[in-house]
Design a protein around this ligand. Structure first.
Ligand code: KPL
Length: 293
């Protein structure tokens, strides 16, 4: 397991609970204590040992911020087995183009996207206080793999972040998740509101414009969106995560770098490729930049 963000630690805790031997790869090779509050309000204590730096890595879930994904894989490279299996999971798009050329022919790259909600309570440096805040589901698909059988690690992921759907083409799912993220994340981070606030009528016109523009781009990029279904899914996410802070708002409040470049930034770079203007996303991007993220 690579990374100590909420989704990585949620996976690690769930797997350890099932008896799996989970090791963490962190910037510093130290063990990590996690106090985990489960969905039903129970508390559990977990401890993870660091990955031993002299053992090859066969399977790793890399759940780091999009901007850390490339450097993370570069660091792991000397330890990766010839047929290592990497599962990447982050918000946004735009990392795969730089990561794929680094992999050897038999090394596999998969992508996992999840709607499980989890967050780390700020402040405790001695360990991590992890909260599983919302049940969700996950989708797994190959980005680079010689064949596409249901991988053995899919069972483990189903236990940790299920129900898990395995698909042959993950990119349409990543575009739909991008749509949700590029409507919810910058707006909630900019206005410093919980996701549920976006259901207020004052946000409807802006969300509609952002959705319409995204659909124009997605069509050109080869990932057409059913607008009505996308709107419905957006409302469903806003409702089911109403009391959550989006990851971008959490990053902003914690003074961390945000994934703006891989969410709205990616959308604008793609639009440029098609010589398409997206005034709503352009303005939102500018406002976020002006606000310092
Ligand atoms: O993925 C999310 C995020 O915050 O990054 C959503 C779906 C918007 C939930 O908060």
């Amino acid at each position: 397991m690579v990374g100590q963000g909420a989704i990585g630690l949620l996976t690690a805790c769930q797997l350890q609970q099932q008896g799996a031997k989970v090791r963490l790869w962190l910037r510093q090779p130290v063990s990590l204590a996690v106090h985990f509050r489960t969905l039903d309000g129970n508390s559990r204590h977990h401890r993870f040992e660091p990955w031993p730096t002299d053992q090859p890595i066969h399977t790793a879930l890399i759940a780091v911020k999009a901007y850390d994904a490339l450097s993370c894989i570069q660091q792991l490279q000397p330890l990766l087995a010839e047929d290592a299996c990497l599962i990447l999971s982050h918000n946004g798009l735009g990392t795969l183009e730089t990561i794929q050329p680094l992999l050897k022919p038999k090394q596999q790259l998969w992508f996992l996207t999840t709607t499980h909600g989890a967050y780390i309570e700020p402040g405790n440096q001695a360990g991590r206080q992890l909260v599983h805040s919302g049940a969700g589901s996950s989708v797994l698909g190959a980005i680079q793999a010689e064949s596409h059988p249901i991988p053995t690690f899919a069972n483990a992921l189903n236990t940790a972040l299920g129900p898990l759907q395995s698909v042959t083409d993950i990119l349409p799912y990543l575009w739909r998740k991008l749509l949700i993220n590029c409507l919810i994340n910058p707006l909630t981070a900019l206005h410093q509101v919980q996701n549920g606030e976006l259901a207020r009528p004052c946000f409807a016109a802006e969300l509609t414009q952002l959705l319409n523009e995204f659909c124009l781009l997605a069509e050109l990029a080869g990932y057409p969106q059913d607008k009505a279904a996308a709107w419905q899914q957006l409302q469903q996410v806003i409702t089911s995560t109403a009391r959550n802070r989006s990851s971008m708002l959490q990053d902003r409040l914690a003074g961390r770098r945000t994934e703006l470049e891989y969410i709205t930034g990616f959308v604008l770079r793609e639009a440029k490729r098609f010589e398409l203007r997206l005034p709503g996303h352009e303005q939102l991007y500018q406002l976020c930049q002006d606000a310092g993220f």
